[in-house]
Design a protein around this ligand. Sequence first.
Ligand SMILES: [Zn+2]
Length: 429
Amino acid sequence: MTNLQSRLATEIEARRGDLVTLTQELIRIPTLNPPGDNYREICDFLDLRLLRAGFHTQLIRAKGAPGDSDRYPRWNIVARREGARPGQCVHFNSHIDVVDVGRGWTVDPFGGLERDGKVYGRGACDMKGGLAASIVAAEAFLAVVPDWEGVIEISGTADEESGGFGGVAYLAEQGHFARVDHVIIPEPLNVDRICLGHRGVWWAEIETYGEIAHGSMPFLGDCAVRHMGAVLHEMEETLFPALARKRTDMPVVPDGAKQSTLNINSLHGGQEEIAKDSTGLPSPVVPDSARMVIDRRFLIEEKIDEVQQELNDVLERVKARRDGFSYDIREMHRVLPTMTERDAPVVTTVTEAIRATLGKEPDYVVSPGTYDQKHIDRIGRLKNCVAYGPGILDLAHKPDEYVGVDDMVASAQVMALSLLSLLGPPDNP
Ligand SMILES: [Zn+2]
């Protein structure tokens, strides 16, 4: 390590206690999404902290964005601090929302318990630990390196877990990323891995139609559920095997996600489902509608048109051999795959910082599911973006979620060293 690098690493080590406390404080503000609780509270908390560190801050409500209401306003914070001279802008983006707690916890999900080198709680790894690490990294950098150029930005944004429309997408639409050069998203990808992007998503609803009739004489009607059964059968016979044969060159983890996948998210036909505690009987009718929601994840090598065509072909094949078969297909949601180049400046910078901090080469990965990078890429038109942060992705959304304190310290060191190489003065061994 160079002189400034090792001073930075030491400074962050000295702030280990502060990093733990900050993570605990963030966990103790339950920002559950849905519905979008306490966004204002956590933004106010971050506002105080970042003002103290010399940042200019802006609290931005995503007015009118999906999910925004007076009861559950979608608040975001963007903090900005300029160096002594103009230069590049490095932006750390973290989402402030967490998912539902679920069952199976042995500790208080909003207690922020620290035990055996881990901090526990909903959002500990996804991603309040990462947010805390980026703040401490920036504060340590400001303390150790007074003479720097460019801009450091830290944002805390709403609604990542529900698509990011009231968060990063909103900021991107306001042109916020136009003045940014590098983005690091401290999602829990592990201290020694750099996430370059994610696969694509295509959600659609398929509906098959039938004809209603008395259930005692189904021959007088036409059963939409049986038509849907034929669709499922065709998917099993042709579509699923075809998807399994498509392999990507993207370094997606885990390995199973290196192929194209399709999840059947839900399936419903006929009358409304009866409540579990109901003692009544449904009435006997032939279903005239069945609906299936599919969640198709696709590879950077696939075009969205091909993904759609493939499903249309399944439906047309069924139609060709089945009397009375009619259907509709409606797109619900789409996100194109994104992947930052391996030689993009932010990738090489974080790579060198990992080498200096951990003495090893990083792994480059791609996420099976999407995160806010999609909005930075598509709306913000900024490709130079990675996810890098502490914590193990597998623990996200689970009971007894935690983040390791050593991981937080190491990733804060990597983030601070990245700031140093992008914004710092020339450094001597
Ligand atoms: Zn996350």
